[in-house]
Design a protein around this ligand. Structure first.
Ligand code: BV8
Length: 259
């Protein structure tokens, strides 16, 4: 018996289930023009992201870290959601139990209208007091800031991006919701090199809890050997083809149902 085309295998499963969880990484924003973390375009000046996305870097040179985030915000502000974000936004409305866990801080899933987004590493568009006195410090970071780092309105200490840096724990409430979301029928890991934990551990948890695990990435990653199905290619093409296959199956089954 010839093996079923992997896209068709996943599409058939998607056409019969309700609980879908998706983990995304920087690769889903690549087609929008947002630099990935570890790709060739991930460099800023001479720095790697891992050197700047840390509390140590911020303590040593808060102005440099703020300049990096400002540069990223300006890049992201010029980008729009792509076909990956559109399909996932549609799935968030279609599947009764849909959860999207994103490692990205760019806000493109929200801009595409996706519901139930879990921002696992926070948002580049939010800030908070580095001293911890104001969780919800408001600041419009879309405009150039007079002095860097901007000051907390309550304690006059430095404000920081409200993201999870290396060496910092993920918000326990977000981590618990993400763990809950690993109880699902199909778990996708899309556009991530699967090297950053605890995010990368979610696919292992989903598999252990009985989900069909699917990876979408142009290249093999640390997760490829783990998943049930690896769909190799750019997510904007693969996900578009997968969604069309699901709609075709659903259309034919509803046509059968109607006849
Ligand atoms: C934690 C937010 C514990 C900031 C990010 C030493 C000390 C402490 C911890 C550690 C340590 N050593 C290791 C660790 C653990 C560490 C970790 O995992 N390190 C890795 C590098 C080994 N993790 C942590 O530090 C975490 N915290 O462990 O805390 C703790 C507990 C209690 C008390 C105290 C401490 C926190 C990690 C979070 C770091 N923050 N981002 C910001 O964005 O500025 S992580 C950063 O990496 C981004 O969020 C990014 O999303 C994430 C993962 O990267 P990817 O998204 O996968 O991006 P990448 O460029 O790597 O890959 C892109 C992929 O896309 C590629 O595979 C490519 O092929 C693919 N692609 C390209 N084009 C397309 C495509 N795919 C599809 N379609 C396309 N068109």
């Amino acid at each position: 018996m010839p093996s079923l085309d992997p896209t068709l295998r996943v599409a058939r499963r998607l056409a019969e289930i309700e609980r879908v969880t998706v983990l995304t990484g920087a690769g889903v924003s690549a087609a929008s023009g947002v630099p990935t973390f570890r790709g060739r375009d991930g460099l800023w000046r001479t720095f790697r992201p891992e050197e700047l996305a840390t509390p140590h870097a911020f303590a040593r040179d808060p102005r440099l870290v703020w300049e990096w985030y400002d540069w990223r915000r300006q890049r992201i502000a010029a980008c729009s959601p792509n076909r990956v974000h559109e399909v996932l936004a549609e799935w968030s409305r279609r599947y009764p139990r849909f959860r999207l866990i994103t490692q990205n801080v760019d806000g493109l899933h929200e801009r595409a209208g996706t519901q139930h987004v879990l921002r696992y590493h926070g948002s580049i568009w939010d800030v908070r007091c580095a001293g911890g006195c104001a969780r919800d410090a408001w600041l419009d970071v879309r405009v150039p800031l007079p002095d860097l780092p901007p000051r907390c309105p309550r304690c006059d200490g430095p404000l920081r991006p409200d993201v999870v840096w290396f060496g910092e724990p993920v918000d326990p409430r977000v981590a618990a919701l993400a763990r809950d979301a690993t109880l699902c029928d199909v778990f996708f890991t899309i556009g991530t090199s699967a090297v950053v934990y605890p995010a990368a551990g979610l696919a292992h948890e989903a598999r252990a809890r009985g989900a069909m695990t699917v990876e979408i990435n142009p290249e093999p990653t640390e997760a490829t050997a783990l998943v049930d199905v690896a769909l190799q290619g750019p997510a904007e093409d693969v996900l578009d083809a997968l969604d069309r296959a699901v709609c075709k199956i659903a259309g034919s089954s509803s046509a059968r149902g109607a006849s």
